[in-house]
Ligand binder design. Sequence first.
Ligand SMILES: [Mn+2]
Length: 314
Amino acid sequence: MTVLSIIHGDDADGITCGAFLKRIKGGEVYLANYDNLMNALQSVKPPVDMLYICDLNIRDALEPELLRIREFANIHIIDHHQMGPEFMERLKKRGITIRLETQDCASVLVYDTFKDQLGQEGKRLAAYAAISDMFENGPLGSQVLAKLDRKFAQHEAQLLTHALSSDQTMDFKRLVLEELIKYSYPHRIPGLVEKAIQCLEEMTQMKELIPENAEVKGRIAFMESINDYSTGGISNLLIDTLGTDVGISYKANGEYYNLSLRGEKMLEEHLGDMCKEIAGEYGGFGGGHKRACGMKIPKEHLQAVLDEFDARLN
Ligand SMILES: [Mn+2]
């Protein structure tokens, strides 16, 4: 059997999925993200005959690629990103297995699927991912955390979160993956603590830049990403700094804009569904969770898309 795992390589949840799958199934781990998932799938060729896909937004447009791969490989999707019900049905009919639960993070779902093989220490890593992804109150996540020393798990998890947010180089993400495969404690991963502290300083500096660079319209704060700061990070800090219900940050990427949206804890609207809908209307794609999601749209539609959020949320 030749196994390949395509996982979300940008954050602790995705990388933990990769570490779990590597431990149990061996094979290669491909660190993908929402942007290059199509390329990742296009690169899958025999002799791969077992493909896992985790913590990625599997959208309808990827269907032809999945069916191409299905000709020579079994495909298992374990995820917590929303997928269309009809799309899922079509994939299942072709023998693709899907475990999709939106109330827990992907690593907790992978852990739950293989818990006999991953053991008690695997639970510790699943907890880091749940905390990092803010799914620690999920039906399975809360069980995973129940018997752990909560503050210890939280601190390790946030070191991991912050280090990955400050260093998104492939070298560092690969290092984290290799260490998590060994069930290392995050604070013992070389350089990780320093990167985590650096992230706190970068967050502080970003907060100091927000008042003069952001625009507030009713419940939403908007800001174009400046320097290399992640759009998701800025969106969170917009809410944190300005007290709005929603933060939207955007960054040019070739002919497109990438947008990240974040919502405050009590937000009633489902931003992920909104992203999916609006992106579709403007020739892009998007989606995600209720309070954390994103989209990619052709450059010329940026203002129209921002106005659309303004109209829907204000
Ligand atoms: Mn996730």
